[in-house]
Design a protein around this ligand. Structure first.
Ligand code: SIN
Length: 273
């Protein structure tokens, strides 16, 4: 029997809840439905998916090659699986500012799949923002200014700050740094999306520092507009699957000292065009 999931938009702009699908046993029809829904809604949410780490890796691998995080050792025996965890001992939580995952990489991730197995009673929501909508909402003057510009995305400052906070010695390692278009064209939908973020984008190439700072500051604030957003309330065994090429996300750490814990796999993308 073919799987025909039910897709319910969360807002008209971004996000959809997908029902009637078992992500641990996805047939070809289910896979195609999810791939198409992801292109249409940018981030998908699933409930009651108590799948194993192997199944989560298998799911991600159907969409592309899984990548190892440049600053996270991964799970023992599963280097491509990142543990997302905060508890009463934590001094930080992953993803606490607007970003697109590992955008400092020369081929930044196409998508990320996060399953939460433990959630606080309240809080720990994740915000998602639509970067097509963010681009479309700019004036034609601003669009013309950004067209053709590139920006430097550097993993060093953010990852070193994380390591300092958690007391991890990075042994002086080098982190990826890449130059990407400020506005990228999505390789599947052909739509234009804003591609700069607060976590990794350090400057716009070819602009004097003051102009670069002013433009980035405006764009980082622009991304925070609530009409580009949806907010996901996690439950145990919820999964979120987002397209990093046309979204940003922000994990809210408002539940200290409670525990929030899950696993993320990240799927390699292409060089932004
Ligand atoms: C992340 O992948 O940036 C973390 C997202 C989250 O914890 O909700």
């Amino acid at each position: 029997m073919r799987t025909t999931p039910t897709i319910r938009p969360v807002t008209p702009v971004i996000g959809a809840e997908v029902e009637g699908v078992d992500l641990g046993a996805l047939d070809d029809a289910g896979f195609e439905a999810i791939r198409d829904a992801l292109m249409a809604h940018c981030v998908l949410f699933f409930r009651d998916q108590g799948i194993s780490i192997e199944s989560q890796k298998g799911l991600g691998a159907r969409f592309g090659e899984l990548v190892v995080h440049p600053n996270d050792p991964g799970l023992e025996g599963h280097p491509e699986v990142m543990r997302i965890h905060a508890d009463e001992h934590s001094v930080r939580a992953t993803g606490e500012r607007w970003h697109s995952d590992v955008s400092c990489d020369p081929t930044p991730p196409m998508g990320s799949i996060l399953r939460m197995h433990t959630v606080p009673e309240a809080g720990g929501d994740t915000l998602f923002a639509n970067m097509y909508a963010a681009h479309e909402a700019l004036s034609n003057h601003m669009k013309a200014l950004l067209e053709g510009l590139t920006a430097i995305h550097d993993g060093g400052p953010y990852y070193r700050e994380v390591n300092r906070l958690i007391g991890r010695d990075d042994g002086g390692r080098e982190y990826p740094s890449s130059e990407h278009p400020v506005v990228r064209t999505h390789p599947v939908t052909g739509r234009k999306a804003l591609f700069v973020n607060q976590m990794f984008t350090v400057r716009i190439a070819g602009l004097p520092p003051g102009e670069s700072e002013a433009v980035l500051d405006f764009l980082f604030r622009h991304v925070q507009r609530p009409d580009f957003h949806c907010r996901f309330r996690w439950r145990e065994n919820s999964i979120a699957f987002w397209d990093n090429r046309c979204t940003q996300h922000h994990a809210i750490w408002d539940y200290f000292p409670h525990v929030r814990s899950g696993y993320r796999v990240t799927i390699r993308g292409e060089r932004p065009a």
